[in-house]
Design a protein around this ligand. Structure first.
Ligand SMILES: CC(C)(COP(=O)(O)OP(=O)(O)OC[C@H]1O[C@@H](n2cnc3c(N)ncnc32)[C@H](O)[C@@H]1OP(=O)(O)O)[C@@H](O)C(=O)NCCC(=O)NCCS
Length: 152
């Protein structure tokens, strides 16, 4: 696969539409774009994926907002991104890679389980506390946040 992964260039804009597919709150996206580092995955100069990296503490790197363009999903790009993130995070001395999602995101949880992430903790009421509007997914309101992690 001819995939190039790298930090968002100084003259590039973060692909908000793509980030929005993984997190329905523009405020939250803006917050972690400010405090984290945005990366793009490209094929032949076309953006096919995006993600943000943000350390939680000296042991944990968090992979936030991984999102692949619809027509490129299911082709192993997400998997390549996770491998890349694990490699650079380990090189930087982190022990764990953490991901977080909503309790209603059954597909995403299954995906992370498939990617060998283990359940870490549940932040009760996270989506009530930090999101201004109710987040509805598959007809259910997201309430708790599920954190998962993988040893590097
Ligand atoms: C979730 C997402 C990042 C996955 O990326 P992707 O490039 O489509 O996934 P990959 O092609 O790398 O899939 C890797 C493996 O996981 C499997 N898989 C993909 N989605 C899955 C799911 N929902 N449940 C179980 N397995 C899944 C694939 O079949 C593949 O298996 P294989 O290695 O045996 O072939 C992508 O679908 C996406 O952008 N979704 C919308 C945004 C989003 O919800 N992001 C998560 C935010 S927290």
């Amino acid at each position: 696969m001819n995939l190039e992964i790298g930090k968002l260039g100084h003259t590039e804009k973060a692909p908000m539409d793509l980030l929005f597919k993984a997190d329905p709150s523009i405020e939250m996206i803006e917050k972690y774009l400010y405090s984290g580092e945005c990366y793009l995955a490209k094929m032949n100069d076309e953006v096919v994926g995006v993600f943000v990296l943000m350390p939680n503490n000296p042991q944990e790197m968090e992979l936030k907002n991984i999102s692949i363009v619809d027509q490129y999903q299911g082709q192993g790009i997400g998997k390549e991104i996770i491998k890349y993130v694990m490699r650079i995070s380990k090189m930087e001395g982190y022990e764990y890679l953490v991901v977080k999602t909503a309790d209603t995101s059954a597909d995403t949880i299954k995906y992370y389980e498939k990617m060998k992430f283990e359940h870490y903790f549940v932040a009760k009421g996270h989506f009530l506390k930090y999101y201004n509007q109710p987040i509805i997914e598959n007809g259910n309101q997201a309430i708790d946040q599920v954190a998962m992690r993988r040893k590097l």
